[in-house]
Design a protein. Sequence first.
Length: 81
Amino acid sequence: MLEWLYFLGVGVVAGAVATRFMRGRGFGLSGNMIVAAIGAVAGILLLDLFGLGVQGLIARLIMAGVGAIVLVGSLGMVRRI
């Protein structure tokens, strides 16, 4: 259970960082943080679903960060179109 809180935390931090780099193309600070938290959890769940789940907390936190960045970036690009 505590591990999931770490993933959400990574997502929130990734969303805050994404806000800095998106420069008006994102969803604002709170929107990016929410989307990134969802992306972090989704990234871990998808990796586990496809059997690519990594072991170890640090590796899973990195994967959560990647999932968060991918979702925020993807939605930012779609929204721009």
